[in-house]
Design a protein around this ligand. Structure first.
Ligand code: SD4
Length: 341
């Protein structure tokens, strides 16, 4: 429980950060919660994405529409590598994965889709227009075209091309912990190498939850590799009676523990969003043993009451929150290793 004194202190810090326009990291555990509507999303890029969602939530709109519009901001962005500007797989193709889920267990996803600017919107069409949950590869692309999506040119962005050429010199596949928040690329990789995923969950004014996740997956992955993001229950899960969760980090290790679904189940048992995320991260750490040090896995969770929390394996994970009191909050989370809070 938050004391009134702590509540005032933390809102004041957040308001001060806002009024000065200063992007300030706030410890998630010190924040009040329980406000609706609200949207939260992964990493610093979530600050911008949340604005897209907020335009809808603020007018009393549906969480589903908000989480689609929110991550489209990131898919559109020139400043990060979600979407067609992203780094390619090891054969030089940008392949995108996305998933979406509403308040009624309706869900849709696309995986390894190419030349489509907004995979999240194709995922929504899969959910709404087909009897299926998931379409992959060429079939997903054909479906997108049949729904009026334009095929974009088969060309890497200038940044991705440069990064890919650098990578080809060694062709070493090695995920980098927290690469999403590194503004400067590792020298050997190129100039711009700072994001590949955004996950978002929202609670609307009517008390309904929805979630979305969109990614280019791990840079230089094997052709055909899928991570957790398009897999319902792994990268994203929503149970409108309980909460909504999304994941980021090394997808293989999120899939292994049915990550987002597991977090929802811990919340169902009465754990707070943060505690539920922590349980699943601890499970990943146990399974990975000594190798857990080399990877990042993180979850963000929002429950039916608008309380939110997150937890990561490694320090350095951030998530972004937007509600009527604080439009642009960036929260740092505690972590399994080197707990920083
Ligand atoms: C994947 N989970 O494809 C994604 C990658 C990610 O921030 O989240 N990166 O495995």
């Amino acid at each position: 429980m938050y004391s009134r004194r702590k509540f005032i202190a933390s809102t004041t810090v957040a308001a001060a950060a806002l009024s000065t326009g200063f992007k300030r990291l706030i410890a998630a555990e010190k924040l009040p919660a329980g406000i609706k509507p609200i949207v939260i999303s992964t990493w610093d890029e979530g600050l911008n994405a949340n604005q897209g969602a907020w335009e809808i939530l603020n007018k009393g709109g549906r969480a589903l529409d908000a989480v689609e519009a929110g991550v489209m901001v990131t898919e559109n962005s020139q400043n990060c590598c979600v979407g067609l500007g992203a780094n390619p797989d090891r054969d030089g193709f940008v392949t995108l994965d996305a998933s979406i889920m509403d308040e009624n267990f309706n869900c849709g996803s696309v995986a390894a889709i190419e030349r489509i600017k907004h995979p999240i919107s194709v995922a929504r069409k899969v959910m709404e227009k087909t009897p299926h949950v998931m379409l992959v590869g060429q079939g997903a692309q054909q479906f997108a075209v049949s729904q009026g999506f334009k095929l974009e040119p088969l060309k890497l962005s200038d940044d991705a091309e440069k990064t890919y050429k650098n990578w080809l010199k060694t062709s070493e596949y090695k995920p980098i912990v927290n690469i999403e928040n590194q503004k400067a690329a590792p020298a050997k990789l190129g100039d711009k190498y700072n994001h590949d995923t955004i996950g978002m969950v929202a609670l609307d004014a009517n008390g309904n939850l929805s979630g979305s996740c969109t990614t280019s997956g791990m840079a230089f992955k094997m052709r055909g590799r899928l991570g957790d993001s398009p897999i319902i229950g792994a990268g994203l899960y929503v149970d409108n009676e309980v909460g909504a969760v999304t994941a980021t980090g090394q997808g293989e290790d999120v899939i292994r523990v049915a990550g987002s679904h597991s977090v929802v189940e811990f919340m169902r048992q009465g754990l707070s969003p943060r505690e539920a995320c922590k349980k699943v991260v601890e499970r990943v750490a146990k399974i990975k043993g000594a190798k857990a040090k080399d990877i990042q896995v993180a979850f963000i969770a929002l429950n039916k009451n608008g309380e939110h929390g997150a937890y990561a394996l490694q320090k350095g994970f951030t998530y972004s929150v937007c509600d009527k009191n604080n439009q642009k909050q960036l929260l740092k989370t505690s972590s399994y290793f080197d707990n920083e809070l």
